[in-house]
Design a binder for this molecule. Structure first.
Ligand SMILES: Cc1cc2nc3c(=O)[nH]c(=O)nc-3n(C[C@H](O)[C@H](O)[C@H](O)COP(=O)(O)OP(=O)(O)OC[C@H]3O[C@@H](n4cnc5c(N)ncnc54)[C@H](O)[C@@H]3O)c2cc1C
Length: 471
């Protein structure tokens, strides 16, 4: 049970105030009168370094000394019209997305981290809600609305959040809160330009999804979330406004400024930075999404080193698959290349090199069917099927790399700025696009290297472009 104990006394006004607040908001609690219970008095004194301060509340194992109603509201997720409880875990990106959305919209929520020992009681609750599955985030609104792994738009609707028409004109509006967007905002804010970052999912972008980053200067090894948390914190410290759950659908020029439209809101900027990144094309087969980042990868320079002297699979048959496969073969034990076509589509130089590399073997004309995990959920191999015989085979390995292309996240801007034939944004000079006042940085830009360090560098470039433009 969500356990709330209130240690107090009948004569104490703040205890009465706290009790009334809990009652008015239908929050169940146990009242322990310290005047009647000696052990309760000792507990209160031990919590408050020898002082007998009441009310002292213990909420799921954590103590709060004489909290005011605002603090109680914040800890217990109490808002004007609803109480919000989020069951989640710190490692879960979707939990982070929902929490960031609630925070950005100034919604109080009680966060129950199910991995913590004192919150074990929550596991049967979420398993029951989700028919035996442990799905997070599971979000309760007023105990009657249950949202499981919701998109931000569902949360917005459930909480009846009004659409915002932001009147403020920002110096620059940055679309996408990955490494490129966050870096642009750090530099722009330090130049005294006020910036708004609109992010449709989670602040941190693709780098947030990677377990370990070992090639970002300054850190021999850092987890993706830890690195991106630092960048986010730095952007906020310098004053960037960040709004998550904002999928930018259109940008229009109006009276020398830009109107930025999301599904629910509208913002205005004197300049715009497009830093929407790109999405690694996935196979969309069973087991893939569960193993991304821990067994299934999309970047050889990023994650290849984890597989030194081990066996890996490469999926793809174009230039990037063969180039990366050959690169990986330099230090892994073996590379098995799975190609859906009977022939490789890569250029001849790569194809000709293959026979001389002894630890590469090829599987042609095979469709990838399913990524298979062992009983502990760890990567075990890839099930493939021969396109002609339909015979299936499990290729065992320690990990797999998928190189079947990158899709730039530029669909919303195709009628706005000039894109190349693959949809990447064309730029020149200081990250300038074909429209004056709109800049592009990071993986959505033509010629991008698809590395965090490169994306931050491009963010710096864009900030210089903004500086020139606004001055
Ligand atoms: C699994 C994995 C492992 C990786 N490992 C490494 C590594 O070890 N080292 C390394 O250097 N690089 C690594 N990379 C590459 C690195 O993550 C990217 O190069 C880097 O994140 C690019 O930053 P970005 O800001 O350009 O784009 P992204 O990080 O993709 O950020 C773009 C952001 O824009 C948001 N967005 C998109 N469209 C919209 C819209 N319409 N409205 C609002 N927001 C939008 C997205 O949600 C996203 O958060 C890895 C990538 C992946 C996927």
């Amino acid at each position: 049970m969500n356990e709330i104990k209130l240690y107090g006394a009948d004569w104490c006004p703040d205890c009465r105030r706290a009790k009334t607040f809990l009652k008015e908001n239908n929050v169940a609690y146990e009242f322990i009168d310290v005047d009647l219970d000696k052990s309760a008095t000792s507990l209160v004194e031990s919590i408050n370094k020898g002082k007998r301060i009441i009310p002292t509340l213990i909420i799921n194992g954590k103590s709060y000394t004489n909290p005011d109603n605002d603090e109680l509201a914040s800890v217990l997720g109490i808002n004007k019209n609803h109480r919000v409880i989020v069951y989640g875990a710190d490692w879960c990106p979707d939990c982070r997305k929902s929490k960031a959305f609630l925070k950005d919209n100034k919604i109080n929520f009680q966060y129950i981290e199910i991995d913590k020992k004192e919150n074990e009681w929550a596991i049967p609750i979420i398993t029951k809600i989700n028919n035996g599955k442990r799905k997070i985030p599971t979000i309760l609104i007023n105990d009657d609305i249950v949202l499981v792994e919701p998109e931000n738009e569902e949360l917005r609707q459930a909480l009846q959040l009004d659409q915002i028409k932001e009147e403020h004109i920002f110096d620059t509006v940055i679309i996408g809160g990955g490494a490129a967007g966050l870096t642009t905002s750090i530099y722009a804010q330090r130049d005294r330009f006020d910036t708004l970052i609109l992010e449709k999912k989670t602040i941190g972008g693709n780098a947030f999804l990677t377990e370990k980053i070992e090639n970002y200067p300054g850190f021999t090894s850092i987890s993706g979330p830890a690195l991106m948390d630092k960048m986010e914190e730095q952007a906020r410290v310098y004053g960037a406004v960040i709004k998550t759950g904002e999928d930018v659908l259109a940008i229009e020029k109006e009276k020398g400024n830009f109107k930025i439209k999301t599904k629910s809101n509208e913002y205005t900027g004197k300049s715009v930075v497009l830093s929407t990144g790109s999405t690694y094309r996935q196979l969309n087969i069973a087991g893939e999404s569960e193993l991304i980042g821990s067994g299934v990868h999309f970047c050889a320079t990023c994650d290849g080193a984890f597989y030194r002297d081990r066996d890996i699979i490469v999926v793809g048959g174009g230039n990037s698959a063969l180039e990366e496969g050959i690169f990986l073969a330099g230090f892994v034990k073996s590379v098995k290349i799975i190609n859906i076509m009977p022939e490789f589509s890569a250029s001849a130089t790569y194809i000709e090199k293959l026979p001389s590399i002894k630890n590469i073997s090829t599987y042609m004309n095979k469709t990838s069917v399913e990524f298979v995990a062992d009983e502990n959920g760890l990567f075990k191999g890839l099930l493939i099927e021969d396109n002609e015989t339909k015979e299936q085979e499990l290729i065992s390995a320690d990990g797999a790399f998928i190189f079947i292309g990158l899709i730039p996240n530029t669909e919303s801007f195709k009628n706005l700025v000039e894109l190349n034939e693959r949809g990447f944004i064309k730029t020149k000079g200081l990250a300038e696009t074909s429209v004056k006042g709109i800049f592009a940085a990071g993986d959505c830009r033509e010629g991008a290297i698809a590395q965090v360090a490169a994306a931050t560098g491009e963010g710096v470039l864009a900030s210089y472009g903004i500086r020139n433009y606004l001055k």
